[in-house]
Design a protein around this ligand. Structure first.
Ligand code: AMP
Length: 214
Protein backbone atom coordinates (compact mmCIF):
# COMPACT_ATOMS: atom_id res chain seq x y z
CA UNK A 1 0.00 0.00 0.00
CA UNK A 2 1.48 3.35 -1.04
CA UNK A 3 0.15 6.40 0.80
CA UNK A 4 1.12 10.01 0.21
CA UNK A 5 0.56 12.63 2.90
CA UNK A 6 0.46 16.23 1.67
CA UNK A 7 0.22 19.52 3.45
CA UNK A 8 2.09 22.79 3.96
CA UNK A 9 4.92 23.16 6.49
CA UNK A 10 3.76 22.57 10.06
CA UNK A 11 0.54 20.82 9.18
CA UNK A 12 1.47 17.60 11.01
CA UNK A 13 2.51 15.33 8.13
CA UNK A 14 5.37 13.82 10.11
CA UNK A 15 3.30 13.23 13.24
CA UNK A 16 0.45 11.58 11.35
CA UNK A 17 2.75 9.55 9.08
CA UNK A 18 4.53 8.11 12.13
CA UNK A 19 1.23 7.07 13.73
CA UNK A 20 0.03 5.52 10.50
CA UNK A 21 3.34 3.73 10.02
CA UNK A 22 3.10 2.10 13.47
CA UNK A 23 -0.51 1.07 12.83
CA UNK A 24 -0.06 -0.33 9.30
CA UNK A 25 3.40 -1.83 9.84
CA UNK A 26 4.90 -0.09 6.82
CA UNK A 27 7.69 2.50 6.96
CA UNK A 28 7.10 6.23 6.71
CA UNK A 29 9.68 8.09 4.68
CA UNK A 30 10.20 11.84 5.06
CA UNK A 31 12.37 13.37 2.36
CA UNK A 32 12.86 16.43 4.63
CA UNK A 33 14.19 14.21 7.46
CA UNK A 34 16.56 12.45 5.06
CA UNK A 35 17.90 15.77 3.83
CA UNK A 36 18.30 17.13 7.36
CA UNK A 37 20.24 13.97 8.34
CA UNK A 38 22.49 14.38 5.30
CA UNK A 39 23.20 17.97 6.36
CA UNK A 40 24.05 16.96 9.94
CA UNK A 41 26.46 14.31 8.58
CA UNK A 42 27.78 16.86 6.07
CA UNK A 43 27.75 14.05 3.48
CA UNK A 44 28.15 14.87 -0.25
CA UNK A 45 24.34 14.88 -0.48
CA UNK A 46 24.18 17.24 2.51
CA UNK A 47 26.62 19.66 0.91
CA UNK A 48 24.69 19.59 -2.36
CA UNK A 49 21.34 20.47 -0.82
CA UNK A 50 22.29 22.83 2.04
CA UNK A 51 21.75 26.08 0.16
CA UNK A 52 18.26 24.99 -1.00
CA UNK A 53 17.22 23.80 2.45
CA UNK A 54 18.49 26.89 4.27
CA UNK A 55 16.64 29.18 1.88
CA UNK A 56 13.42 27.15 2.16
CA UNK A 57 13.62 26.31 -1.55
CA UNK A 58 12.92 22.91 -3.04
CA UNK A 59 15.82 20.57 -3.62
CA UNK A 60 16.12 19.81 -7.39
CA UNK A 61 13.72 17.14 -8.63
CA UNK A 62 16.39 14.73 -9.87
CA UNK A 63 18.08 14.64 -6.44
CA UNK A 64 14.79 13.93 -4.65
CA UNK A 65 13.57 11.40 -7.20
CA UNK A 66 16.78 9.41 -6.92
CA UNK A 67 16.62 9.43 -3.12
CA UNK A 68 13.02 8.19 -3.05
CA UNK A 69 13.62 5.52 -5.71
CA UNK A 70 16.55 4.16 -3.68
CA UNK A 71 14.36 4.08 -0.55
CA UNK A 72 11.42 2.36 -2.22
CA UNK A 73 13.50 -0.67 -3.29
CA UNK A 74 14.56 -1.44 0.31
CA UNK A 75 13.20 -4.78 1.62
CA UNK A 76 11.16 -3.12 4.40
CA UNK A 77 9.03 -1.43 1.72
CA UNK A 78 7.82 -4.76 0.30
CA UNK A 79 4.33 -4.20 1.76
CA UNK A 80 4.24 -0.50 1.11
CA UNK A 81 5.39 2.90 2.20
CA UNK A 82 4.05 6.20 3.50
CA UNK A 83 5.56 9.17 1.67
CA UNK A 84 5.79 12.35 3.75
CA UNK A 85 6.87 15.40 1.76
CA UNK A 86 7.10 13.74 -1.65
CA UNK A 87 6.03 14.31 -4.41
CA UNK A 88 6.04 18.10 -4.17
CA UNK A 89 6.16 19.09 -7.83
CA UNK A 90 4.28 17.89 -10.91
CA UNK A 91 7.60 16.64 -12.34
CA UNK A 92 8.09 14.49 -9.21
CA UNK A 93 4.56 13.05 -9.57
CA UNK A 94 5.26 12.03 -13.15
CA UNK A 95 8.50 10.27 -12.18
CA UNK A 96 6.86 8.57 -9.19
CA UNK A 97 3.87 7.35 -11.18
CA UNK A 98 6.14 6.09 -13.97
CA UNK A 99 8.30 4.27 -11.42
CA UNK A 100 5.26 2.65 -9.78
CA UNK A 101 3.58 1.75 -13.10
CA UNK A 102 6.78 -0.02 -14.18
CA UNK A 103 6.35 -2.26 -11.12
CA UNK A 104 2.59 -2.70 -11.51
CA UNK A 105 2.02 -0.54 -8.47
CA UNK A 106 0.06 2.66 -7.90
CA UNK A 107 -0.60 5.33 -5.31
CA UNK A 108 -3.37 3.90 -3.16
CA UNK A 109 -4.21 6.92 -1.01
CA UNK A 110 -3.45 10.58 -1.48
CA UNK A 111 -4.20 12.57 1.66
CA UNK A 112 -4.05 16.33 2.10
CA UNK A 113 -4.04 17.83 5.59
CA UNK A 114 -5.63 21.27 5.56
CA UNK A 115 -4.85 23.94 8.17
CA UNK A 116 -5.15 27.78 8.24
CA UNK A 117 -1.94 29.69 7.61
CA UNK A 118 -2.20 31.60 10.90
CA UNK A 119 -2.41 28.37 12.85
CA UNK A 120 0.59 27.00 10.96
CA UNK A 121 2.74 30.01 11.80
CA UNK A 122 1.90 29.46 15.49
CA UNK A 123 2.71 25.76 15.26
CA UNK A 124 6.03 26.34 13.51
CA UNK A 125 7.13 29.01 15.96
CA UNK A 126 6.86 26.48 18.80
CA UNK A 127 8.12 23.44 16.91
CA UNK A 128 11.16 21.63 18.31
CA UNK A 129 13.22 19.02 16.50
CA UNK A 130 15.53 16.22 17.65
CA UNK A 131 18.20 15.86 14.92
CA UNK A 132 19.17 12.26 15.79
CA UNK A 133 15.82 10.61 16.55
CA UNK A 134 14.13 12.93 13.99
CA UNK A 135 11.23 13.27 16.39
CA UNK A 136 9.27 16.50 16.36
CA UNK A 137 7.77 18.16 19.47
CA UNK A 138 5.90 21.34 20.16
CA UNK A 139 6.48 23.60 23.16
CA UNK A 140 2.74 23.73 23.86
CA UNK A 141 0.85 21.07 21.85
CA UNK A 142 3.28 18.13 22.17
CA UNK A 143 5.91 18.97 24.80
CA UNK A 144 8.74 16.56 25.61
CA UNK A 145 8.69 14.94 29.09
CA UNK A 146 11.84 16.87 30.08
CA UNK A 147 11.83 20.42 28.69
CA UNK A 148 14.29 20.83 25.82
CA UNK A 149 15.22 17.12 25.66
CA UNK A 150 14.12 14.31 23.32
CA UNK A 151 12.00 11.59 25.01
CA UNK A 152 13.82 8.86 23.06
CA UNK A 153 17.47 9.89 22.94
CA UNK A 154 17.69 12.64 25.59
CA UNK A 155 19.45 14.85 23.03
CA UNK A 156 18.93 18.63 23.01
CA UNK A 157 15.97 19.79 20.97
CA UNK A 158 16.52 22.57 18.45
CA UNK A 159 14.42 25.01 16.43
CA UNK A 160 14.89 24.15 12.74
CA UNK A 161 16.62 26.95 10.80
CA UNK A 162 13.93 26.76 8.14
CA UNK A 163 11.19 27.31 10.76
CA UNK A 164 12.28 30.94 11.20
CA UNK A 165 9.37 33.24 10.29
CA UNK A 166 11.00 34.74 7.17
CA UNK A 167 11.94 31.30 5.79
CA UNK A 168 8.53 29.89 6.72
CA UNK A 169 6.77 32.58 4.68
CA UNK A 170 8.91 31.64 1.69
CA UNK A 171 8.20 27.92 2.21
CA UNK A 172 4.46 28.66 2.13
CA UNK A 173 4.93 30.49 -1.19
CA UNK A 174 6.95 27.59 -2.56
CA UNK A 175 4.17 25.22 -1.47
CA UNK A 176 1.49 27.29 -3.19
CA UNK A 177 3.49 27.63 -6.38
CA UNK A 178 4.86 24.08 -6.74
CA UNK A 179 2.68 21.77 -4.71
CA UNK A 180 -0.79 23.23 -5.23
CA UNK A 181 -0.67 22.10 -8.90
CA UNK A 182 0.10 18.57 -7.64
CA UNK A 183 -2.97 18.68 -5.39
CA UNK A 184 -5.07 20.00 -8.28
CA UNK A 185 -3.85 17.08 -10.39
CA UNK A 186 -4.97 14.49 -7.82
CA UNK A 187 -8.21 16.35 -7.10
CA UNK A 188 -9.06 16.40 -10.80
CA UNK A 189 -9.08 12.60 -11.05
CA UNK A 190 -10.85 12.13 -7.70
CA UNK A 191 -7.91 10.63 -5.83
CA UNK A 192 -7.41 13.39 -3.27
CA UNK A 193 -8.82 12.96 0.27
CA UNK A 194 -8.84 16.31 2.09
CA UNK A 195 -8.70 16.10 5.88
CA UNK A 196 -9.28 18.90 8.37
CA UNK A 197 -5.94 19.28 10.14
CA UNK A 198 -7.24 21.91 12.59
CA UNK A 199 -8.57 19.18 14.92
CA UNK A 200 -6.35 17.67 17.60
CA UNK A 201 -3.74 15.05 16.68
CA UNK A 202 -5.90 12.03 17.58
CA UNK A 203 -8.98 13.36 15.80
CA UNK A 204 -7.00 14.05 12.63
CA UNK A 205 -5.53 10.57 12.84
CA UNK A 206 -8.99 9.00 13.25
CA UNK A 207 -10.12 10.83 10.09
CA UNK A 208 -7.07 9.54 8.19
CA UNK A 209 -7.83 5.98 9.32
CA UNK A 210 -11.35 6.32 7.94
CA UNK A 211 -9.80 6.98 4.52
CA UNK A 212 -7.19 4.23 4.49
CA UNK A 213 -9.42 1.58 6.07
CA UNK A 214 -12.40 2.29 3.86
P1 AMP B 1 9.97 19.21 5.17
O1 AMP B 1 10.64 18.67 6.36
O2 AMP B 1 9.10 18.20 4.47
O3 AMP B 1 9.26 20.51 5.43
O4 AMP B 1 11.15 19.55 4.10
C1 AMP B 1 12.18 20.45 4.43
C2 AMP B 1 12.93 20.87 3.16
O5 AMP B 1 13.46 19.72 2.50
C3 AMP B 1 12.10 21.57 2.10
O6 AMP B 1 11.92 22.96 2.36
C4 AMP B 1 12.96 21.32 0.86
O7 AMP B 1 14.09 22.16 0.85
C5 AMP B 1 13.44 19.89 1.08
N1 AMP B 1 12.52 18.89 0.51
C6 AMP B 1 11.84 17.93 1.19
N2 AMP B 1 11.09 17.18 0.37
C7 AMP B 1 11.28 17.69 -0.89
C8 AMP B 1 10.77 17.38 -2.19
N3 AMP B 1 9.90 16.37 -2.37
N4 AMP B 1 11.19 18.11 -3.24
C9 AMP B 1 12.08 19.11 -3.08
N5 AMP B 1 12.60 19.49 -1.89
C10 AMP B 1 12.20 18.78 -0.80
Amino acid sequence: MIIVVFGPPGVGKGTQSAKLSAHLGIPAFSTGDMFRAAMVEDSPLGQKIRSFMDAGDLVPDEVVNELVASRMVQPDCADGLILDGYPRTVAQVKVLEGWLAGRKMKLDYVIELVVDREELVKRLAGRLYAPTSKKTYHEKYAPPRVPGKCNITGEDLIHRDDDKPEVVRHRFDVYTKNTQPVLDYFAADGRLSRIDGMKNIDEVYADILKVVEK
